[in-house]
Ligand binder design. Structure first.
Ligand SMILES: *Cc1c(COP(=O)(O)O)cnc(C)c1O
Length: 442
């Protein structure tokens, strides 16, 4: 499913290679770039740019292929933070996925999208009393706990509400997932999880407290993980801990194995569901555990893109020229935040066929970090040309801001040959709708 390797490791894939690796995208001689069965120009004509576009068929296919690879071994809890749009949650929930949420807002979204509380897990390193009360009132499946202090807090909230909170201890397995420093979470110096060495004592402690029912363990070692080795190492540590806990007389029924499965942004091969399922199988077969997995990026990343229009081009004093888009880091922050590489493809087939020369693709926001690509080989682009920024379905719209007073962008959902707007563009007046000027200012 991935592009042929480029001639040298540093050479960016060609536009043809990018499209060949993404079966939901195709360049039509007449309609230009098409996602599933819809010309992206039609969406841009209707909603303007910048604009998010998601492929329902692509998303469904990805969930189906992961579910098939897991073969009943583990339940999929979609990590809502990757993309929390109600339509996507509705689609995934309807196709059988549960949800992993990290805030009261995400919990409310998952419930609003119709995901049953029994399929919702609440993760995160800090939760407010209000969030915990909402989770207990909804009757969600479990709360993943990341510290002794949090156990105290949940015990108090649950006891006061006359409820018992099913909790899983999130352990920090101290495994290097080999990913970007800003998205690794399973190392001892990261803020996440309970130190492995403390977990057994804390589990026993939780079992003895009012309002708590320890049901198992959870782990999540990072994001954009492309190799199965860190999973194997983390799962082995988790399995050993399950055996130790049981030997000490504790009841351990569930193991939440986290997310982190990576995708191919450039020319790297994405994580393979079969290999991931194999790691689960070899670590946990025979342990009689209810397994859960929490992928976010792998499910929605490739199913979304960001449409933008070229505002202008300008020469860069002896450097690659700049292509200035109407999209910015306010829509897609990943390049600014993580130096992330995203494919950029013109919508016009004639443009896409032109000879590639290196350009810097930037947004109009007043930050040097507002850069989508440096020295990217692209065919010559002119003001008014449209481009698609690929693989932007995860950690895209959810990280948007209104910096520079830029209204939030609209979104569309394509499903085969049909499409519908799923979010209108925020108006400029809405930017200050909730602000007030104190009367004492006259
Ligand atoms: C972010 C997160 C995930 C999802 O990570 P992806 O890399 O998008 O798969 C899963 N579980 C937890 C606890 C997370 O914080």
């Amino acid at each position: 499913m991935h592009a042929p390797a480029p001639a040298t490791p540093d050479q960016d894939p060609t536009l043809a290679a990018l499209l060949a690796a993404r079966p939901h995208l195709a360049m039509h001689a007449h309609d230009g770039l098409v996602m599933e069965g819809v010309a992206l120009n039609a969406v841009a004509d209707a909603l303007g740019t910048p604009c998010w576009v998601y492929g329902a068929g692509t998303l469904r296919r990805r969930l189906d292929s992961l579910t098939a690879a897991l073969g009943g071994l583990a339940r999929v809890h979609y990590a809502v933070k990757a993309n929390d749009h109600l339509a996507l949650l509705h689609l995934l929930g309807g196709a059988g996925a549960g949800a992993d949420v990290v805030s009261g807002g995400e919990l409310a979204r998952a419930l609003a999208a119709g995901i049953p509380p029994g399929r919702i897990v609440f993760s995160g390193v800090g939760k407010t009393a209000d969030e915990l009360r909402a989770a207990l009132a909804a009757g969600i499946a479990q709360i993943n706990v990341e510290s002794a202090a949090e156990l105290d807090q949940i015990s108090a909230v649950a006891a006061a509400a006359g409820r018992v909170a099913p909790v899983a201890l999130r352990i920090n397995p101290d495994i290097d997932a080999g990913t970007h420093a800003k998205i690794t979470t399973g190392l001892a110096h990261n803020k996440f999880g309970i130190p492995y060495a403390d977990a057994a004592a804390l589990y026993a402690d939780a079992a003895a407290r009012p309002g708590l029912l320890p049901v198992g363990l959870a782990l999540h070692i990072g994001s954009q993980i492309l190799s199965v080795a860190p999973y194997r190492a983390a799962f082995a540590r988790a399995a050993a801990l399950v055996r130790d806990l049981r030997a000490a007389g504790q009841l351990v029924t569930r193991l939440d194995c986290g997310g982190g499965l990576g995708i191919g942004y450039r020319d790297e091969a994405g994580a393979a569901p079969a290999a991931f399922a194999g790691a689960l199988r070899s670590a946990f077969t025979g342990l009689d555990l209810e397994l859960m997995v929490e992928p976010g990026r792998w499910l929605v990343g490739p199913a979304g893109l960001l449409l933008a229009t070229v505002l202008l081009t300008k020469g860069g004093q002896g450097m690659p020229p700049f292509v200035v888009l109407d999209a910015a880091m306010t829509e897609l922050m990943r390049p600014a935040l993580y130096d992330a590489w995203h494919g950029i493809v013109p919508l016009d087939p004639a443009r896409a066929a032109g000879p590639a020369v290196p350009v810097d693709v930037v947004g109009p926001v007043c930050e040097s970090a507002d850069t989508f690509a440096r020295a990217r080989p692209l065919p010559p682009l002119l003001a008014g040309d449209r481009v698609a920024i690929l693989d932007a379905g995860a950690y895209g719209a959810v990280m948007s801001s209104t910096y520079n007073a830029r209204p939030l962008a609209p979104a569309a959902l394509i499903d085969g040959a049909r499409w519908a707007p799923i979010r209108r563009r925020q108006t400029v007046a809405e930017l200050w709708r909730d602000e007030s000027v104190p009367t004492f200012m006259g």
